[in-house]
Every structure is written in structure tokens, then in C-alpha cells.
Design a binder for this molecule. Structure first.
Ligand code: ARG
Length: 463
């Protein structure tokens, strides 16, 4: 009994007189998922130990031993040789125990002026910061792929839709740049989240601070934080940054999901605008002819799980009194999975976008369906002096005649068009052509090819 007890209450055994059951041990343990924080835990411990030595709370020899021990542990973990133990509950206790086994008493001094509460808060902030930097890279790669496609298709005509009905012609380059805007906002949102995450909780200890003469600013500087958390109770219990981070991932997935929906529609043979490379698709086990856009479908589906993680974290925090509560241990799995999902998705999409095959002719002829240049005709009449409402009415009658005779506006002869307004002259055909229609929208944010090119330039310059 005693032996079992000392095993299962390793970190605090003196206070307890019975062991936890195996089920409770599994229920309360986090080592299976928080071990991925190990590198950040070691990074935080090294900075903490350096400060302890600097202010004289441990000796220079202790520090040397701690540094050597933690380095060995880092190598063991990297090599997959580290023995993780559920008896030691979480990543922090596992590493501390191993350190003590390796270097003796100096290992036991590392936890001076520190609690797992400020330790874990620090680890997660370091992890979030690192992961934001990875997401930035992945967003950048996806944007580059979109910009390359937009460049190739600055003049490619496609129908623009509202209500999923053909509305006005646009360029494919312009359409793709809409997603570049979304992913650019995701970058700035993450940068903003990073600023709030990048402050140091260490020093808050369990909740109230510590009576040791610590130097928090020094630890912050070593770890590359912009400053320290200003209230110890908030420092150990705040997970706003985790929620913000997950919200950033959720919005990334929203953008990915919208794009996926379009790719799926564009690839259906009824639309036939694009083809995706085979390596992003699978076949059917029963229908030999099928090529299914699995990757965008899964991405659309996975957006739901990231939204779920955001909701889980919001709910996790809403009922917690100050300061640290064990509830917080539940922050990790949603956070990790939200990040993994967003990162994998962005990386796959960068590759997939680069390989999109565009069927220009199909796109172009679809732009003629639905009288997409009707607004251009109305604008033409306005420029000839007709009030917009009258122009709108004249064009509506022309479209009605077109529907009746199965003709596009550009297929009417000049005399046929003049029936709807005497103001119509031979120059009308410039505006009725889809190329004329897109070229005319040449202002900042418009669909004209020259605007698409200057937007691509702006994005490439990073402004
Ligand atoms: N595994 C814990 C977590 O993830 C570490 C902090 C535990 N603190 C405590 N007082 N039990 O939050």
C-alpha cells in the first residue's frame, strides 16, 4: 500500500494517506497530451534557473547542473527515449523528476519561487507564440500560391455570382485575390493575438506571487517576452490568449471552408471550371468513373471541429473563479487540435492551389449565361444621359426580349438594340463584351486586369 501510494502521489505524497485509483489517475493526468509542451517547459525552466542563480537563490554550480540535466532530457525526448509516466501526472512533474534523478538536489531547487500554475501558463504562451509563427509561414505560402494563380489569370473571365446566380463578369485573378485579402486579415489577427500572448506569467507562482527576491523582467527578456503579466491572479488563470488564438484558427477555417465550397462546385462536371490534381482527390470503391474532391470536402468538414474547440474553450473559462483551477488542464487538447487542423489544412491548400487546372473556355462561356453585362448596358445609357432608373428599365426589356429569343445582349444587332433606346450607338458592343465589362471596372478594388496586377504587386511587396 505504502509503495503504491508513494508512486501515485509522487509530487506531493507527504500530505496524502491513500492512493488515487487507476481511473482517477488517468482522469486527472495530462502527460499523454501535454508532453508536446516539453521543449517549452525546458525553455521556461532554463530561463527561471538562470534568474534564480542571478539573484543568488541557487548557486552557479546548481545552474550548471540544471542546464546539463535539462539538455540531456531534451535530447532524450527528441530521441524518443524519455520514459513518460502517468504516475507523474503531467509534463512538468515528469521532467522535474527525471532532472532530480540525473543531477540530485539541484533538480529539487529548480522549483523555488515557482508553481506549476505559472509554469504551465508560461509554457502555453510560448507554445502559442511559436505556433502563431508557424501559421504565419503557412498563410504566407498559401497566399503565394494564390497570387501566382491570380497572376496567371489576371485576364481570365469568369462569371461573378450573387445569390449563386450569374451577376457580372469578373476576372479569376480578382476572385482569387478576395481570398488573399481574407488570409491577409488572418495574418494581422494572429499578429495582434501574439502581442497579448507574449507576456510572462512566471513569478505569479501559485496565485499570489512569491516572497523570494525574483527578477521577472530578466526572465521575460531571456524568453523573448515583451513584458510581464501585471497581476499574479490574472497571470495564472488567464486563457484569453488561447481563446483568441483558437478564434483566429476558426476564422482561418471559415475562409478555407468557403474556398473549399467553391472548389467543389467548380469541379463538379455540371460546372467544370477547374480540375484538381489527382493527389488531392480519391475515387469511389463502386463507381469507376468518380474523381472526388476529398481534400476540400474534408477541409470544409474540419472547420466544424475547430469551431467546436473555440466553443469548448469559451465554456471552459466562463464559470471559473480566480485564480487557477484544474479546469484549465482542459485547455490543451482543443488548443492543440485547432492549431494542428489549421496548419495541416493551410499547408495542403498551398500545394493544392498551385496545381489547380483552370478551364478558361468553360469559365468564359459561363460568364455569358444570365446576361452578365446587363449592368454595363445600363451604365452605358446613363453615360449617354438617361437617368439610371430609366436605363435599368430599358435594359430589363432588352433582357426579356433576349430570354424570349434565346440570345445574349451581345448577339443582338444594333437595330435590334436601338428598339430599347435610341441612345444606343455602335460603340455599345465594347461594353457588352465581357472583356470590356471587366476592363471598365478599373479603380482600386475593381475587377479589371490592370487592377488585379497592381493588387498582386501590393501583396507581394507585403503592404
Ligand atoms: N497539468 C496542469 C495543467 O495543465 C498543470 C498545472 C497544475 N496545477 C495544479 N495546481 N494542479 O493546468
Amino acid at each position: 500500500m505504502t509503495e503504491q501510494f508513494s508512486k501515485k502521489n509522487e509530487g506531493w505524497s507527504g500530505r496524502f494517506s491513500e492512493p488515487v485509483s487507476a481511473l482517477v489517475q488517468r482522469y486527472t493526468g495530462s502527460v499523454f497530451f501535454d508532453q508536446r509542451l516539453a521543449v517549452f517547459d525546458i525553455q521556461g525552466s532554463l530561463a527561471h534557473a538562470e534568474m534564480l542563480a542571478h539573484v543568488g537563490l541557487i548557486t552557479a554550480q546548481d545552474l550548471q547542473d540544471i542546464e546539463r540535466g535539462l539538455e540531456q532530457i531534451r535530447e532524450e525526448i527528441q530521441a524518443g527515449q524519455f520514459q513518460w509516466s502517468l504516475d507523474l501526472e503531467d509534463v512538468h512533474l515528469n521532467i522535474e523528476k527525471r532532472l532530480t534523478d540525473l543531477i540530485g538536489d539541484a533538480g529539487k531547487r529548480l522549483h523555488t519561487a515557482r508553481s506549476r500554475n505559472d509554469q504551465v501558463a508560461t509554457d502555453i504562451r510560448l507554445w502559442v507564440r511559436h505556433t502563431i509563427d508557424e501559421l504565419h509561414q503557412a498563410l504566407g505560402a498559401l497566399k503565394t500560391a494564390l497570387l501566382d494563380q491570380a497572376d496567371q489569370h489576371a485576364e481570365t473571365i469568369m462569371p461573378g455570382f450573387t445569390h449563386l446566380q450569374v451577376a457580372q463578369p469578373v476576372t479569376l485573378g480578382h476572385h482569387l485575390l478576395a481570398y488573399v485579402e481574407m488570409f491577409s486579415r488572418d495574418e494581422t489577427r494572429l499578429a495582434d493575438c501574439r502581442r497579448r500572448a507574449n507576456v510572462l506569467p512566471l513569478g505569479a507562482a501559485a496565485l499570489a506571487g512569491t516572497s523570494y527576491p525574483i527578477d521577472r523582467a530578466r526572465v521575460a527578456k531571456t524568453l523573448g517576452f515583451d513584458g510581464v503579466c501585471q497581476n499574479s491572479l490574472d497571470a495564472v488563470s488567464d486563457r484569453d490568449f488561447a481563446i483568441e488564438f483558437t478564434a483566429c484558427c476558426a476564422l482561418i477555417m471559415t475562409h478555407i471552408s468557403r474556398f473549399s465550397e467553391e472548389l467543389i462546385l467548380w469541379m463538379t462536371p455540371r460546372v467544370g471550371f477547374i480540375d484538381l490534381a489527382d493527389r488531392f482527390c480519391t475515387g469511389s470503391s463502386i463507381m469507376p468513373q468518380k474523381k472526388n474532391p476529398d481534400v476540400p470536402e474534408l477541409a470544409r468538414g474540419k472547420s466544424g471541429r475547430v469551431y467546436g474547440h473555440l466553443m469548448a474553450l469559451l465554456t471552459l473559462m466562463k464559470g471559473q473563479p480566480l485564480a487557477y483551477n484544474k479546469d484549465n488542464q482542459e485547455d490543451k487538447e482543443p488548443l492543440f487540435d485547432a492549431a494542428d487542423t489549421a496548419l495541416d489544412t493551410l499547408r495542403i491548400f498551398a500545394d493544392m492551389v498551385a496545381g489547380i487546372q483552370v478551364k478558361k473556355d468553360v469559365m468564359r462561356s459561363a460568364a455569358f449565361e444570365g446576361y452578365s453585362t446587363a449592368t454595363d448596358l445600363a451604365d452605358y445609357l446613363v453615360k449617354k444621359g438617361l437617368p439610371f432608373r430609366d436605363a435599368h428599365e430599358a435594359v430589363a426589356r432588352a433582357v426579356k426580349a433576349g430570354v424570349g429569343s434565346g440570345k445574349d445582349l451581345s448577339e443582338f444587332s444594333l437595330t435590334e438594340l436601338q428598339v430599347f433606346s435610341a441612345l444606343i450607338g455602335p460603340d455599345v458592343f465594347d461594353v457588352l463584351r465581357v472583356e470590356g465589362s471587366v476592363a471598365a471596372r478599373s479603380h482600386i478594388g475593381g475587377t479589371a486586369p490592370d487592377q488585379v496586377r497592381s493588387q498582386i504587386q501590393r501583396h507581394r511587396n507585403g503592404s
